[in-house]
Design a protein around this ligand. Sequence first.
Ligand SMILES: [Zn+2]
Ligand SMILES: [Zn+2]
Length: 104
Amino acid sequence: MASHCCEAMNSHVNVRCDQHDDRFACPDVLIEFRAAFQEYGLIIHDGGSSSSTIEFCPWCGRRLPESQRDRWFDELERRGIDPWEDEVPAEFQDDRWLAATPQD
Ligand SMILES: [Zn+2]
Ligand SMILES: [Zn+2]
């Protein structure tokens, strides 16, 4: 299990609710962690699936890891994959691609 900046963030990212299959439908879930991008979002409970990306932890105040979204697109492009048209490989659907990709 990935560990985050503090216990509070850990527990919010890992909230499991047996009443809501969709995390966005659950009022107890405040944080959406997009592992593939290493992005944290504050869920906006407006009935949709929107969230607002945050740069600092609301609980401990630490700066969160830098978003890897641009690298994600670059890496797929380098492999000749168009994420809108082609199937995105499994390791790109979570943070496994980061381990397989050397840092510059
Ligand atoms: Zn719930
Ligand atoms: Zn924190």
